[in-house]
Design a protein. Structure first.
Length: 533
């Protein structure tokens, strides 16, 4: 069994000694302590020893003094502790110089410290470690296996680990379906690189963790692995005492115990997600449950129909709502609004943001922040639609969700704006189109206004529809429009005159110009399909 020199310097008489050269070797391993009694001691060494000496055997041999450190280094000796005496009043400079060269620790023993003050405590510590590994670890495993984990017993597990390791312990969950917030430390969340490193090695490693106050702490962090992914971590730290091999074994076993519990909670979570998705489908489609049944089921998912909510629909281009991704999304949402409710259908994420005691503008800021966080964390480009504040009943929630769906669907297919978040009120005239009962009248108006332009573009190269779109987009500025189309201003004027000829409508007449604009908007509305899951 071994300990490090750094650990040994905190034991027995070594606590009053100091390393005066070769400090870079402080992490060298020790498994034995011996005394240099004869000049040729080096050939009897096997490596990993702490060698105690007064240099008396070689006090008159300058050549042996010059070669001592090199020979000990080559032999694998861990460190040399020297006690100057009346025969050697000081440690020779040649020894110190060689120690720095080979990064070989040289320790100065004060006169009041005897060899036995060092040898016995250090050797006892080494042998005690063997006992720990053979007996205490077995007892630790027994205790960990007896822990029946649930929400209330996680604190019990922390107490057990603290008792077994004699270090500070924190358990952190990286998934939304295991809540250990009440027992977690003040650490800042793990960085992405740290999580990736833990997933790669899948065993306890040393990490620098930052507390919320900015202070850094060196920890041993053990990953809780489920299906090859880090679902949580156990961190152990102590500013005074070093970790030993037994601590790593205990942390690794505790991580395995927790992994089983995380797996059970994952299975339960996936079932709950299925039922919640079915509920959201019923809530949005209104075709399964009665209003009273809907209200009762809503309470199961922490939805209170008598409260006011703002509904948000978030769409992503690819399938992201597997368990791992969804838990990350929920964690992000809960950090922004703890009382938000999340549901999933297909590629659409539905979120209810409570608006009690909040201004609508504040809730909208939360939603926009959420979109930025999702984009940064999941490397996706989401689009979001937002409904109006729902009235305090199930019907109000349903209406707000429909508005959010329309906002995201229409904004994705029509040239509204580049903003990834669109409120229902920002749809403008398109809100009217959605609620028109007689679509055939819309089609007729479309044909009367821009129908001839569409037919002309099919057989000619003037791009009249694109030209009109750019003209209105640039607020009827001839210079800006021609520049955006890479054409001369005179060419633009010719095209606009052609539009007037084909449609019979003039851009100089406000009523006729409005008819062209409406015709263009109807064209985009009719020709672009949008998703409504």
């Amino acid at each position: 069994m071994t300990i490090t020199l750094k650990e040994a310097m905190k034991i027995g008489g070594l606590r009053e000694c100091r390393i005066i050269a070769g400090y870079q070797g402080i992490e060298n391993k020790l498994n034995y302590v011996t005394i240099m009694e004869v000049p040729d001691i080096v050939k009897w060494l096997k490596g990993n020893e702490l060698l105690l000496t007064s240099l008396y055997p070689i006090k008159d041999d300058k050549e042996a003094q010059r070669n001592l450190i090199r020979e000990l280094h080559e032999r694998g000796t861990s460190a040399l502790a020297i006690k100057p005496n009346r025969f050697t009043e000081y440690i020779p400079y040649t020894i110190l110089e060689a120690a720095e060269k080979y990064c070989f620790p040289v320790i100065e023993i004060p006169e009041r410290i005897s060899y036995l003050d060092i040898l016995s405590p250090v050797m006892n510590s080494i042998f005690d470690r063997k006992v720990v590994l053979q007996e205490d670890i077995e007892e630790a495993y027994r205790l960990l296996n007896e822990v029946s984990l649930n929400e209330s017993s996680i604190n019990h597990l922390i107490h057990i680990l603290t008792h077994l390791t004699k270090h500070n312990i924190a358990i952190e969950s990286l998934v939304s379906f295991v809540n250990v917030a009440a027992f977690s430390s003040s650490f800042q969340p793990l960085h992405t690189q740290q999580v990736e490193e833990l997933e790669l090695v899948q065993r306890p490693i040393r990490l620098q963790r930052k507390h919320t106050d900015g202070k850094s702490t060196s920890c041993i962090t053990s990953p809780i692995i489920v299906d090859g992914k880090v679902y949580g971590v156990i961190s152990s730290w102590d500013e005074e005492n070093e970790h030993i091999e037994a601590d790593l074994a205990i942390l690794e076993r505790a991580s395995s115990v927790l992994a089983l519990e995380f797996m059970r909670k994952k299975v339960r979570y996936e079932i709950e997600i299925k039922y919640k998705s079915d509920f959201f489908r019923s809530l949005l489609k209104e075709d399964i449950l009665s209003a009273n049944e809907m209200k009762e089921n809503a309470k199961i998912y922490n939805i209170h129909p008598d409260h006011r909510y703002i509904c948000c629909a978030v769409y992503v281009e690819r399938e992201l709502f597997l368990t791992d991704q969804l838990t990350k999304i929920e964690l992000i949402i809960k950090q922004i609004e703890t009382d938000a409710v999340v549901g999933v259908m297909n590629q659409m994420l539905y979120i209810l943001f409570p608006s009690i005691d909040k201004e609508e503008s504040d809730v909208l800021l939360q939603i926009r922040r959420l979109i930025r966080e999702l984009q940064a964390s999941l490397k996706i480009i989401p689009a979001a639609g937002i409904g109006r504040i729902a009235e305090a009943d199930v019907t109000g929630i349903q209406e707000s969700f429909r508005q959010a769906e329309l906002a995201i669907s229409i904004s994705r297919s029509l040239p509204l704006k580049e903003n990834a978040v669109v409120h229902y009120d920002e749809l403008g005239v398109y809100r009217l189109f959605v609620h028109m009962d007689k679509k055939e009248e819309m089609v007729r108006f479309h044909q009367e206004t821009v129908g001839n332009l569409i037919e002309y573009d099919k057989n000619h190269n003037l791009e009249l529809m694109r030209t009109v779109e750019a003209y209105f987009l640039h607020n009827e500025s001839l210079a800006a429009t021609s520049e955006s189309l890479y054409i001369h201003v005179n060419t633009l004027k010719y095209r606009l005159q052609k539009v007037k000829t084909l449609t019979g409508l003039s851009f100089q007449h406000s009523e006729e110009k409005m008819m062209i604009q409406l015709g263009m908007k109807i064209h985009y509305f009719l020709t672009n399909s949008y998703l409504t899951p």
